[in-house]
Design a protein around this ligand. Structure first.
Ligand code: ATP
Ligand code: MG
Length: 351
């Protein structure tokens, strides 16, 4: 079987270290290992309109920001097709046909969608466009025959929904679509990185992120005001590690060498944790380690970003070229879907 990778991000804001940990690291790793036939990265602008149709400027402005984030973390357009969802209208057409294979109650049972409805106060006024986005994700994935989807764990229900659609379609109309599989980060903490406020998820729409584009001063300020252990008041107090996001981020991003570099009296993170739990280690000292670690990751990303910010037309050219390539691939799937369903009238009706 071919290995086709597809991932996407909503252009609802710049990308943050949650995206980096949850998905971008895996994408770059897969890209560089080269063990794939085709890799796509999609900017999901049409999906983002589902909860931003009254703020299109935000989505339009963030297409370039997300694209620059991709290039800055090392996604390479020579190896990967980067494209804009709405530039591939075949995806919308596929969504329309797949809608018949899913019930409304199935859509509203999706735990991620449930959380998002609550967050957006959509309980009594749920936009149809919003609630159907898992179906459009199934279209995005199947249009390219993608079988490997590197994501954070909030996306597991979406992949499951796609698999159900693929099975329904194939059993009704004949073997046509490919069932995808989610690939989660190996480290559990990276599967759903919490926000700087201690919220269970860092999210663009939650305002609790450290962005890949944040400068050093902003990162340091965010780390300084980060949620730790509210009962750890005096340095001598024993501190809690669990739920303490400073330690969660150190778990996600630090190496032993970095711990030794930024706090030479410790050999590894475990020793820092032990000291903090015993008491006698202040929050500021641990936060300083985290600042060093995060800035070490973000400095090269920022440097690349500075180049692309000066060369936006290059980035747009890349996106439109990628969109043309993606469109050709999606057209083939749409043709196969219509043929399987027997609605390829021009081929079958006129003898
Ligand atoms: P929004 O709040 O607009 O939905 P988001 O921050 O959830 O934005 P998405 O564009 O929806 O970002 O998600 C893109 C990818 O990043 C998905 O694969 C998702 O699983 C992953 N991701 C998003 N937030 C996190 C996080 N906090 N930890 C790990 N992975 C994440
Ligand atoms: Mg999201």
């Amino acid at each position: 079987m071919k290995n086709i990778i597809l991932t996407a991000d909503r252009p609802t804001g710049r990308l943050h270290i949650g995206h980096y940990a949850g998905s971008l690291i895996n994408r770059v790793k897969i890209q560089n290992e080269g063990n794939y036939d085709k890799m796509y990265v999609m900017i999901a602008d049409a999906q983002a309109l589902g909860d931003n149709h009254d703020n299109i400027q935000k989505i339009r402005d963030n297409i370039i920001e997300v694209a620059i984030d991709y290039l800055s973390v090392g996604i390479d357009p020579d190896k990967v097709t980067i494209f804009i969802q709405s530039e591939v209208p075949e995806l919308t057409e596929l969504t329309f046909y797949y809608m018949n294979l899913v019930t409304l109650s199935r859509l509203t049972r999706n735990p991620t969608v449930k959380e998002e409805i609550k967050l957006r106060n959509f309980e009594t006024s749920l936009p149809v466009g919003f609630v159907t986005y898992p179906i459009s994700q199934a279209a995005d994935i199947t249009a390219f025959g993608a079988n490997i989807i590197p994501v954070g764990d909030d996306q597991l229900p979406m992949i499951e929904q796609t698999r159900e659609i693929v099975r329904s379609f194939n059993s009704l109309y004949g073997e046509t679509l490919v069932e995808p599989k989610a690939v989660l980060p190996e480290l559990e903490v990276c599967r759903r990185l919490p926000g700087t406020d201690g919220n269970a998820k860092m999210g663009k729409s939650l305002g609790n992120g450290i962005y890949l584009a944040d400068d050093e001063k902003t990162v340091n300020q965010k780390v300084m005001s980060m949620y730790t252990d509210p009962d750890h008041i005096k340095v001598s107090d024993p501190g809690k590690i669990e739920g303490n996001v400073v330690f969660t981020y150190l778990d996600a991003f630090s190496t032993d060498e970095q711990i030794q570099k930024y706090a030479p009296e410790y050999k590894n993170l475990q020793e820092v944790k032990d000291h903090y739990s015993r008491g006698g280690l202040g929050d500021v000292k641990v936060k300083k380690i985290l600042m060093g670690v995060l800035n070490e990751i973000l400095t090269p990303i920022r440097e690349k970003r500075a180049y692309y910010e000066q060369h936006k037309n290059e980035v747009y050219d890349m996106l439109f070229k990628g969109s043309d390539d993606a469109r050709m691939a999606a057209q083939q799937t749409l043709d196969a879907v219509k043929k399987a369903m027997g609605i390829n009238y021009r081929d079958i009706l006129k003898k």
